[in-house]
Design a protein around this ligand. Structure first.
Ligand code: FMN
Length: 463
């Protein structure tokens, strides 16, 4: 069997992820393997895709091999997938799977992104391997890698794979007409009190997105500044070189840093506006996302609300919705609203304008759920362990109390639980206590309720 390894790491041959495939290759030697450095050679493939086309045609199995980058895959691999689609190569008789390395921070959204695109390309998709970046260094990790590939081969042998189920609908663009007169969509007078940035990759041939942005700007009561990423000199996607971790500066000399520091970081809120492309925000927007790695794992806009204006079939994209919600939560941003244009576009834009205005006025921030709480814990452990390298991150985490929830910092509670555990083991004490244990546990809550009338309603809770 011919296996084509699509190396989506900007590190090319030095990719950690690629080592997993090289290890697998050593064990399953009777197959032919070819590797293409999809990310590192992306500029070349943009000019000439013929070599890749040939390799794709020859292959029986494609393995997308990449590091997880900012909830998804590196922007260069996004671009490569765009090129694969544009090339129109028939891949319907081929199998595909994926191998990633990461710290498991939103690896599942990256995997779903690749799976969805395999479906679009009519590839026969087989579940991939999401490894920790250190897995190959342990016996368990190596065994898992081999078992994974054994399962892939077995699946191919048995003809088992995920089948594309959805027929894509064609959307007809409907201009937003006659809304000028409607009372609820009336233009708002503008105030310069707040600075709100709208970041977009709008093109001239996208009236749907343009109309949505325009309507939002009219409806929203604060001044807005539109930043079109197409007009910003961004020379390329993150290279994963980690230069920024040591030096604190990106090796690219372009306009990105200025955009991040002087516009995004100082804005009171940010609205992202894009059209859905290949189940994500497209490769240019992804480049903008990945390049923020130059700020490490510090949340540059913590406490500031964000909103989304999204053109396309949002209801078909639960994975993208997860990415948007999780990004906001991990970044400590209040997600005001995601306004789509599948149905009730005007209402959605109106709602975004109202919600964002509310969040800005009241400094409202909804507490994080699993997306934010779980995601931050992974970062917290990582930065603590790598504090020698990621000094700025470490300083930021310490200053903002990100380490306060380490269990070892809660000694009183740990000792208390030993005490409770010992008591519960003793039947006599248990009988004597009756229901007083649960009452005891409730006591602090009761105290909090009693204190309630002494507190004024907080600004963050008056919704
Ligand atoms: C720009 C950038 C974004 C990243 N985003 C994530 C992420 O969202 N989740 C995660 O677990 N790891 C993330 N990582 C860590 C990489 O996935 C990890 O270092 C990977 O093993 C690198 O593999 P490679 O050497 O094949 O490129 C990111 C690294 C970089 C440079």
């Amino acid at each position: 069997m011919k296996v084509l390894i699509i190396n989506g790491s900007p590190a090319g041959d030095d990719s950690i992820t690629l080592q997993t495939m090289l290890y697998i290759k050593e064990w399953f030697r009777r197959h032919d393997y070819e590797i293409i450095n999809a990310a590192q050679s992306i500029k070349r493939y943009e000019n000439d895709f013929s070599q890749v086309k040939r390799a794709l045609k020859d292959a029986d199995l494609l393995v997308f091999c990449y590091p997880v980058y900012t909830f998804l895959v590196p922007s260069q691999l996004h671009r490569f997938i765009e090129l694969m689609k544009e090339s129109g190569t028939d891949l319907s008789d081929k199998y595909a799977t994926q191998v990633s390395t990461s710290k498991h921070f939103y690896d599942m959204t990256a995997h779903e992104f690749i799976r969805q695109n395999c479906m679009d390309l009519k590839l026969k998709y087989i579940t991939g391997l999401s490894a920790d970046m250190e897995d190959l260094l342990s016996g368990r990790g190596r065994r898992e890698a081999l078992s994974f590939f054994h399962h892939v081969l077995w699946s191919i042998n048995e003809g088992l794979y995920d089948m594309p189920v959805r027929i894509r609908r064609r959307r007809k663009y409907r201009q937003l007409e006659g809304i000028e007169d409607a009372e609820k969509y009336r233009d708002h007078e503008k105030s310069g009190d707040k600075r709100v940035a709208i970041v977009t990759d709008l093109t001239d041939d996208n009236p749907a997105l343009k109309d949505m942005i325009d309507l939002f700007r009219r409806r929203f009561p604060y001044d807005t500044k539109v930043i079109n990423l197409r007009d910003v000199k961004i020379r390329g996607g993150c290279l994963g070189c980690f230069n920024c971790a040591a030096e604190g500066k990106c090796i690219y000399r372009d306009d990105f840093e200025r955009l991040l520091r002087r516009v995004i970081q100082v804005a009171d809120a940010t609205v992202y506006a894009f059209s859905i492309k290949d189940h994500s925000m497209g490769s240019l927007f992804k480049m903008y996302d990945d390049r923020q790695f130059c700020n490490g794992h510090r949340t540059v806009t913590m406490g500031k609300p964000v909103g989304y204006i999204v053109d396309g079939f949002l209801s078909d994209e639960p994975n993208l919705l997860t990415v948007m919600e999780a990004r906001a939560q991990v970044g400590g941003n209040q997600l005001a609203f995601i306004a789509g244009n599948e149905v009730n576009t005007e209402d959605n834009i109106n709602r975004l304008a109202m919600e964002l205005e509310y969040d800005l006025r009241h400094h409202y921030s909804q507490p994080a759920d699993f997306y934010g709480v779980g995601g931050r814990k992974i970062f917290r452990d990582l930065i603590f362990e790598m504090q020698g390298l990621m000094r700025e991150d470490h300083r930021f985490y310490k200053k903002n109390g990100f380490y306060d929830d380490f269990p070892q910092n809660h000694r009183g509670r740990i000792i208390g639980m030993y005490f409770v555990g010992a008591m519960l083991k003793n039947q006599t004490i248990k009988d004597k206590m009756g229901g007083s244990l649960s009452k005891g546990m409730l006591a602090p809550y009761k105290r909090a309720i009693k204190q309630q009338d002494k507190q004024k309603p907080g600004r963050k809770t008056d919704r």
